[in-house]
Design a binder for this molecule. Structure first.
Ligand code: SF4
Length: 294
């Protein structure tokens, strides 16, 4: 059985950058303690555990933001913002309550946040193609002063209505399915020709989604490693599954099932942007062992 590893498997630049920053501040005695991350740094339990061992814990917003900062201002020395980004209110409240922030927001996400703000300031109706409950999308929505419309499904696209006299700007979650965004953009533009479409899918996502289509076509089986909570990993699996039904979504090497590989000559392995290298290596190693036993 031939095993092909994706060129793009594992941490993207944004996640790697966030992880490196956290590793650095955890060793820096000048950074105020205790250090907390707002939510999961990445959607991967192993990485969250590893960070905790460095002394950096996770905290979640509970209740209204103002109350949350009122509560944490005495308990948190430094608050790390993840690569997904946040809305403007958190920056203001951290400043007001004297909580030090370490901001690891991915520069590509910052670009979309700035566009959201600029379009809102120009009285443009913003449409976000993305999952409204995803952390990154919530942040972008807040930069649009919570005035954006979400397109998450085909149904949303059918029921989509805006004031025809208003300018429209389409932005997307950086990890959205490229084909869905393109389809949505064409339909919105057809109905509202005044629409401006901004390609805000990040380059890494674009490369990964293009590659997975080839891998799904050229291999008998595709293994996608990632957490079900990870939007970009789920997207890779959905795209692969549409082309090759023998696409399996796993979190760890133990989930590999020998029955999948009967008569399999070629297997491709890829991993979402939040999957660390050590988990990918474990999967490849297990596949090699299984291969030697076939
Ligand atoms: S997927 Fe793209 S936008 Fe998101 S963190 Fe990674 S590089 Fe940044």
């Amino acid at each position: 059985m031939e095993i092909t590893l994706s060129k793009y498997a594992g941490f993207c630049e944004g996640v790697q950058r966030a992880y490196d920053i956290v590793e650095k501040i955890a060793k820096d005695p000048k950074v105020k303690r205790p250090i907390y991350v707002l939510g999961s740094l990445v959607h991967n339990g192993d990485v969250v555990d590893k960070i905790e061992k460095m002394g950096v814990k996770k905290v979640h917003v509970e209740g209204p933001l103002e109350d949350f900062f009122e509560k944490i201002k005495r308990e948190v020395g430094t608050l790390v913002i993840t690569a997904h980004g946040i809305g403007p209110e958190i920056y203001e409240l951290a400043k007001k309550h004297g909580v030090d922030l370490v901001d690891t927001t991915c520069p590509r996400v910052i670009k979309v946040q700035r566009l959201a703000k600029a379009f809102f300031d120009r009285n443009t109706q913003i449409v976000i193609v993305g999952e409204k409950n995803h952390k990154e999308v919530k942040g972008i929505y807040e930069w649009a002063s919570k005035k954006a419309i979400f397109i998450e499904t085909e149904e949303d696209l059918c029921g989509f209505v805006v004031d025809p006299g208003k300018k429209i700007a389409v932005l997307s979650q950086t990890t959205q399915d490229q084909e869905f965004v393109e389809r949505a953009a064409v339909q919105i533009k057809k109905k509202y020709p005044q629409t401006e479409v901004v390609d805000s899918i990040c380059l890494t996502t674009h490369h990964r989604q293009t590659e997975i289509k080839d891998l799904a076509q050229q291999n008998d089986i595709v293994i996608i490693i990632g957490s079900p909570e990870s939007a970009n990993s789920t997207r890779l699996w959905e795209i692969s599954q549409r082309i090759n039904p023998k696409s399996y979504f796993i979190e760890r090497a133990e989930q590999l099932n020998g029955d999948w590989f009967v008569n399999c000559k070629k297997v491709a392995v890829t991993a979402g942007a939040s999957t660390p290298g050590w988990i990918i290596e474990e999967v490849i190693e297990k596949l090699r062992i299984m291969n030697s036993e076939l």
